[in-house]
Design a protein around this ligand. Sequence first.
Ligand SMILES: [Zn+2]
Length: 226
Amino acid sequence: MSGPVCALCGTPAPAPFRAPQPEIAPDLDMRPGEPARSTLRDWIAVCRTCGAAAPDLAALPEAARPVVASDEYRMLSTTVLEETLPFRRWALICERTGDSAQRAEALLQAAWAADDAAAMTEASRLRTEVATLWDGTTDTELGLRRLDVLRRAGQFDAAAAWAAELGQRGPDELARTIIGFQTARIAERDVGRHLISAALPPPAHTPHVAHNKRATTGFWSRLLRK
Ligand SMILES: [Zn+2]
């Protein structure tokens, strides 16, 4: 019998975690709704032998080996909030192997883990890093997520400026609605989490958003394409 093994050391590794389908709308930064939301800690596996951290240990590239062996990687366990450690390790691997898109997602997941641990300063700091990585993005969805990330980091001036920039790009109706919702929250100095469904017009416009069991992380994209 042979199952997946860690690509770096050959230790048996779990298969990549598959979160259950969300039944509730995601947050504005695309953290999925329950029941997927509360499985966050299972998204990154950590190899019990070599300490590698990744969504799929069997798929780690050879370039991850020196990263996992580095002092910087090992020192993370003494310098970052424990709940965020797997995500920070995976983010460092992504950084050193040149995958900045995955790195940003890993750091945002670390911010969610910090949220869950009520470590608001750490969550805010991590969001600031994500916002920097997404600075200047021309991708509509990433641009809207960056707006939420800036607001929740308490970077209200930067958030207001980014909202203005997004507004000048000729957003479609849905994006305009979300930008308007965020602008009102920014004016209130609100750093709280909000569901996408809270930002959208009344249900006639978006039927079944909250109850559609097929709604997944892709539904933002589908909404944006409507
Ligand atoms: Zn390993």
